[in-house]
Each structure stands twice: as structure tokens, then as C-alpha cells.
Design a protein around this ligand. Sequence first.
Ligand code: MG
Length: 442
Amino acid sequence: MPTTTADSERGFCRDCLTLQKRETGRCYHCGSPRATRHPELFQLHLAHIDCDAFYASVEKRDHPELKDKPLIIGGGKRGVVSTACYIARIRGVRSAMPMFKALEACPDAVVLKPDMEKYVRVGREIRSMMQALTPLVEPISIDEAFLDLSGTERLHGEPPALVLARFALAVEREIGVSVSAGLSYCKFLAKVASDFRKPRGFSVIGEAEAVEFLKDQPVSLIWGVGRVFAATLEQDGIKTIGQIQRMELNDLLRRYSSMGNRLYHLARGVDERTVHPDHAAKNVSAETTFNSDLSTRDQLAPILRALSEKVSARLKKAEIAGRTVVLKLKTRDFKIKTRNRQLAAPTRLADRIFETAMPLLEKELDGTRFRLLGVGVHDLTTPEKADPPDLIDTKATRRAKAEEAIDILREKFGKKAVETGYTFGQSSRFEPQQPSDREDDF
Ligand SMILES: [Mg+2]
């Protein structure tokens, strides 16, 4: 969209989406006070969308009688707050707070246990609405995603800023929860912007103001600077992003190695990360439905082994690893059971996935007949820390080495070149009856 002086003075109303030519307190069309105005409004394309108090909002939608009450979602095993609604937040309740403390701060709060299945379902509905705007959607959690809207103006007939505001209204109307949006030219500042004015926020950070905006912000705002690293920086006398802006790249590299590079660039509002829909998988899994129901170890173990190898191959191919192994079973009467176990270190080895899932499976073998078996790996991460040598189980280390050797052979000579004892001659018997490889399904 060409920049003109007229553009720089333009904004729009977030309730009726009417363009606002002049700065006025309220929309001249509908009287709403929710106007957005920014010199770069119609040039920016990178968005971050975050649902407001997601679990609590979904429950308020489903229980209108709770609308004006303080609501806490949490409890369960760990006894902490998952999400607090904004009324409870005003009273001092925070995420991850122990439940007894939350109830001290807000004794009349209504507490509901999380219904993850429902939240996942609603999260997916919202995600598919995002995917209708652009194929470049990168989910970062159940209720949060980056969207790259560049090049979509012709498709939508309006610039990304309006597409985004229209989307926020549609989610409220069709799903019944609210979102906050951040619009910028890079991921870092889009995420910062969406956090700015919640709930129902819509904030814009332009390229021209980035350095000035960041100057007085705390270093903890920088992506990747957690509590521990912020403390290190503070020990070195660095508290604000402005201080980093005045430092040389070499100095930052010398002090903080690769993190120094990130600090240097992000402090200046330079973030080259692109929106990657492919890297966004929250888990990698494989499952298969049987031709006839199965119930014994001898029947199920080889299938679990084959599925573990499939998952492992995909993890290796995508250069990711995961820390939690999840087993999925569907009984003859269509009841779904999932069991999971967290590992001490992330893995991408078939052997480790199988050895972790097998005891979970064995516990379920009580004669129940199953129609589906699946295995997956969650809590994905980069592979650097995956599969450290196991000092206690040296056999596992040896098996890991063997698996690496097999991978190399398979790479060279094709998948069928090496079959392990468990899968030998089995593969064709357990071909899925329907396409069932799913990246994000359990
Ligand atoms: Mg959220």
C-alpha cells in the first residue's frame, strides 16, 4: 500500500471498522472510543494474536452465570492457578499461584478444574479462523499464534491491520471469547505489542519508533531473557534495553556469546525470524487403527515398536526432540485413553520412545480389546540436549549408538535396508486403514 500523508493521519474504529480521517475522541460513525491510529498502521503485516485469559473466558462463555464473578481455573494435581479471569486478577490472583494463596486474595472466587479437551477444541476453532486469513500461521500455544499477513491485501481487499481487527470481532462473535492483537514488522515486537493492552487490546509498534520505544524497557522484555539471565545482566549493571543499544556487538558477543548476538539485534528492533507454520507442531505422533480388535502384548508390542520408529524418523527429519512420551489407545467401544511419561532429557530415539511407552501399554493390558494404538512425543524442543549418554543404563546408550548406525544405513540404502527384530516382516500387516499420521492430535 503506497504511503501518503493522508495515510499517516488515518486510523479506524475497532468496533465498526470505519476509517477515521481525523483524530477524534470517539468514532464519528458509531461513537465507540476504541479507535486505532498509527502512522505505519497500513504498512505493517506481522501479527501476534493471544486470547485473553483463555481457559477462564471459555468457561464464562459456557457458564453465563459466572460472567461477573471472579473465576479461577486450576486445582487439579499441582494445586496451582492455571488461568484467572480479569476480575480475579484485579484482586491479585496470578497464574501459577498456589491455590490456597489465590483463595486468600480472593475468597469468593469460583474455582473450576481445567477441561483441557474443551480448550483444545476451542483453540483449534480459532486457529482455523486464523488459517483462513493466511497460510502463514505459527501457533506457539493453545491460544496464541504469529500470523504473517504480507501479500494478503489483494485476497482480503484491505490491509492487514483491518483484517486483524475484523478477525478479533469475528472471534468474539463466533467463538465467544476475546483476543488481543499486536501488529508490527517483526515477531519480537508483534508479541510485545499484543501484551500491551489486554484484554481486547490492539497495539501497533512501527519500525520508525522501535528503538525509541525499546530504550526504556527492561531487558526481560527481550525474547529469551528469562529470570536467570536477567539476573546475570543486572549483575553486570544492565537493566534496560537502552543500555544494550549503546553497547558494541563484539563486547556483547564476548560477554554472552550467541545470546549477545540476540541482545544486540533485538535491542535495536532487528528480528529476522520468519513465521514458520511447519515448525509449529506441538507434538509428533503416529497411530494406527487395526483391522480387528487386539488385546495381547504379543499383538500390540510390534505395532508400538513400528509406530515409535515412525515418530522417531519424523523427529529426526524435523530436527526436533521431545520430552514427554504419550501413549494413546482407543477401546472397542471408542473410549480414548492417553497415558504419558516425562523423560529426564528430551529424546528422538525410537528405542527410548518404545521403552518408555511399553510399560504404559503393559499396564492397560487386562483383556480390554483395543481398536487403535498410537504413540507420540510432546514438549518439543531443539535436539542439542536430546539423548545424553545414560550413565545408569549403559545398555540404553549402546542401543542409542546402534540406532544411529541403523539410521545412517537407512539413509544410504533406504528404509527397508534394516529391520529390527520387532518390526521384521510386520510392516505390511499394520498399514493404517486410513490416513492417521497426525501432528497435533493427542
Ligand atoms: Mg493467552
